[in-house]
Design a protein around this ligand. Sequence first.
Ligand code: PLP
Length: 434
Amino acid sequence: MSETIHYHSTRGGSPAVTIGQAITAGLAPDGGLYVPEALPQLDPAAFDPHGTLADSAATLLAPFFAGDALAAELPAICAEALDLHTPLRPLAYGNANVLELFHGPTAAFKDVGARFLAACMRRLPRADARPLTILVATSGDTGAAVAAAFHRQPNVRVVILYPDGLVSPRQAHQLGCFGDNVAALRVAGRFDDCQRMVKAALNDAGLQAAVPLSSANSISLGRLLPQMSYYAHAALGWWRGHGTPLNVIVPTGNLGNAMACLWVRAIGLPIGEVQLACNANATLPEFFSGADYRPRDAVATLANAMDVGAPSNFERLRWTFPDPAMLRALLQAHSVDDTAIRHTIAHHARDHDEVFCPHTATAVHRLDRLRAAGDTADWTVVATAHPAKFEGVVEPLIGHPLAVPAALASMLARSASAEPLAATDAALHDWLTR
Ligand SMILES: *Cc1c(COP(=O)(O)O)cnc(C)c1O
């Protein structure tokens, strides 16, 4: 076993910890995000060419867990959490693939990280015998994935905060349908408010003493690291078959999914070009076109899980690539507005019999623009959710009802409820301590 790998804060003001401690804490004590002291390097030859996603994940993540008590359990954690299909499927029109990440229990890629985090947390020792409250701010999909992963787990409670009226009806139903140890709070604000409230609660030492808290947001390494596994698995399969790296277009909001992809490239696996497809929230596209980084309030779009004005993983991106000029040279980001999302969904259903969710459609639109500009490279678009989660947007555009995946259908058949909450840090504090 290699040397222990330590994690420190992007803000540099927190003691170094092991992966288990970083996962337990969620956010570093100085408010920064945990990052490894250095990214390990991996050789494609280390991976079993016939392995499953879980096998690839166990190989990929071993150096990230080195020296922690969880390291011995990593293969079991991967087998339990990553028993999911993430197929790389060719699209019907030239030189393009789709990496489908929506075959988990809640029909969005958030299942991968949430299930892995839950499998780690089940095995992590806790000094405190009181129940652990896992706070999760969601723009729509994370909350359900985390709830599904922790539902009925002993000594854990999940508290979901989501922006009231800004998630799809089916997303809202999913968030409210668990009950038991899961509470859904519909916040009178935007996703950024929910995210700010969760961060404030986690940084509140007095509150933490009264109510042991942890987070399950995309800032958690317990979610970010497993998201690397589907990129590694797909890229290695592609590279073995074609001898070229996988070029990827990632629908992006908080930058968790794209950050995982970039780390896979940074550790030496065959990811080629990476482009970020954003919705009308243009914080990242503006930064990448040369402007200063300017976080702002989010605007509501059809791709609601990407309605983020202050991407929380930006601090990790900056840590990974500290020189802004180099960062801008490495990556592109483009904004796709609602008109283009609608057009893309309708056009691909009509001409190619492919139905995409509004988030995936931002990446598909980016691919269409590349093709229109004469680009002929192989590209893979990342499909982050099943279109049936957004039937209110998608069905009128394609003109027919969508089949609902079985897991989603069974959640929709249950009753659902959520409590209202004001969008203030004090309101969450009061709710948690009442
Ligand atoms: C969360 C989410 C995204 C954005 O992912 P980030 O990791 O926040 O960039 C995109 N699409 C869907 C369907 C999502 O649920």
